[in-house]
Design a protein. Structure first.
Ligand SMILES: [Zn+2]
Ligand SMILES: [Zn+2]
Length: 497
């Protein structure tokens, strides 16, 4: 599509002429005055409010969309803009030149129409495609007196966090909840979301992983049974559902624009959110100009920890687990050049002893390794100690089945890469990391791995051991973080042991 300007409005034209231009090259995009006599299409209003979509995302005729623009109810924005001759994707915030490409485009008849590769999975945005947003009045949300129907109990630590989250949501502030692994951070959100929905606010919980969306959606549907809840991830069916509560992967936020009064970002430290600036951009785009952001994490980055310490970042900690037992503290065991040893089909003696003790006690264990190649090497060696040994990694198609077998106790020792560092709760296990000095084991990864131990109230203890060939800063910081949380919890009377 190309445009010309007529009567201070954009008009789509289909021929390439001297006057017609592609949207990226428009010096500015005029926004017509709202015509209150115009009969708006409510379907379009529902679909477009709080969103930034492409023509391809809608089934409505171009003419109807254009009419809504001309009558001031719809906004056209450039999807690709050029700043200092460099492309910027306005949908995902990408500015990396290597993530743009060009193609001969039938729509605008340009030989080289620039498009963004970074957000291609959400449909192609190119120089000639406008981002469509609603500019008219929004559909007032239903106010529901008390949508929360949950009668569970919060721990003392959760209660404090819950009150502060509610306050931050009400006051449109940014706030961090730093909750140890197993603290129960989901329940901490209930009261604040309840209050927001009562006031007709729109809330989104965004998380980096689809698994988490699938796990959270039924829990929230149970807690808030009377309100529609949209669960959004690649391929989900709720894509066009306008809900007061949305649970989405961070990637899905690329379709939202000034939509939410409160945005809750889960696992801010987790891949891919933590190292993808475009996902952080998406969070900023999806929030309303006046809104709150609640960040949840068990392991804030070093920078954020520093900001908390000097009072630059508002936060609350939940330093203890729901079951009131302290966090297992990692032990460090030097094991020499373990890589060299396993390449000679020998286990370092300390590791062998550790495994044998667990086998004798019939205690299930997780052993983390830095690389798949290490895991493949070590698997047959460990299998000589016991038959019930398996290995799992990110590309393993039988990943889910193996975790399930572990749950059913069909596996005694499960070797794993960082794939199981978070999100997995196995009762009564011991955990070790072999090669904890490897760079893949960041402070945050090590705290998460340690957080696999002792999660259940019926088995609140267990051991966590870092086998290493030289201590790293990440190891030391991870242990310190855990020790500090235990000290804080003790001081606040949140643990009993
Ligand atoms: Zn993009
Ligand atoms: Zn084009």
């Amino acid at each position: 599509m190309r445009f010309i300007v007529k009567n201070n409005r954009l008009h789509p034209v289909y021929e390439k002429t001297a006057q017609s231009f592609i949207l990226s090259n428009a010096p500015s995009i005029p926004q017509p005055q709202m015509n209150t006599q115009y009969p708006i299409n409510e379907d379009l209003q529902t679909l477009l409010q709080g969103k930034q979509l492409l023509h391809d995302d809608l089934t409505h005729p171009y003419e109807l969309i254009q009419e809504h623009y001309e009558n001031g109810y719809l906004q056209y924005r450039k999807s690709i803009a050029f700043e200092k001759n460099k492309p910027v994707c306005r949908r995902c915030g990408n500015t990396n030149p290597s993530l743009f490409a060009q193609f001969p485009c039938a729509r605008c008849q340009e030989e080289a129409c620039t498009y963004c590769r970074n957000c291609l999975m959400m449909g192609r945005v190119s120089s000639c495609t406008p981002l469509l947003s609603w500019a008219g009045p929004i559909i007032p949300p239903e106010t529901i007196d008390s949508p929360l129907q949950w009668d569970g109990q919060l721990s003392a630590g959760q209660k404090k966090a819950s009150n502060e989250v509610t306050q931050a949501i009400m006051e449109n502030k940014n706030f961090l909840v730093w909750a140890v692994c197993g603290a129960g951070k989901t329940e901490v959100l209930f009261a604040g979301i309840n209050e927001a929905i009562r006031q007709g606010k729109r809330v989104c919980i965004a998380t980096p992983r689809t698994d988490v969306v699938l796990e959270l959606a039924p829990r929230f549907k149970k807690a808030f049974p009377t309100i529609p809840i949209a669960a959004l991830y690649g391929g989900s069916e709720d894509r066009h559902l306008h809900a007061q509560l949305t649970i989405a992967t961070t990637h899905q936020l690329f379709r939202f624009y000034q939509a939410f009064d409160s945005l809750i970002v889960d696992e801010v430290d987790a891949f891919p959110y933590s190292n993808d600036e475009t996902l952080q951009y998406a969070v900023q785009q999806a929030r309303k100009p006046t809104s709150s952001i609640i960040y949840l994490t068990a392991t804030p980055s070093e920078q954020w920890q520093g900001e908390c310490r000097i009072g630059k970042r508002a936060y609350v900690t939940i330093p203890a687990r729901f079951h009131r037992s302290s966090l297992p503290v990692p032990g460090f065991t030097w094991c020499g050049n373990w890589e060299k040893a396993i390449n000679k089909n020998v286990l370092p003696s300390s590791v062998k002893r550790w495994l044998k003790e667990r086998i004798d006690a019939d205690k299930q264990t997780l052993l983390f390794l830095p690389k798949i190649s290490n895991m493949k090497k070590i698997l047959p060696i460990v299998q000589t100690l016991h038959p019930k040994v398996a290995a799992v990694h990110a590309e393993d198609p039988a990943r889910k089945e193996k975790v399930l077998s572990m749950r059913k106790k069909e596996i005694l020792i499960l070797l794993t890469t960082t794939i199981l560092e978070r999100g997995v709760t196995l009762p009564n296990i011991d955990v070790a990391v072999l090669g904890a000095e490897n760079r893949i084991f960041t402070e945050s990864a090590l705290v998460q791995i340690a957080g696999r131990v002792g999660r259940k109230a019926e088995a609140p203890t267990g051991t966590i051991t870092f086998f290493h060939y030289g201590k790293t800063r990440a190891m030391v910081r991870a242990r310190k973080q855990i020790v500090n949380m235990n000290i804080e919890a003790k001081k606040k009377g949140l643990i009993d042991d």
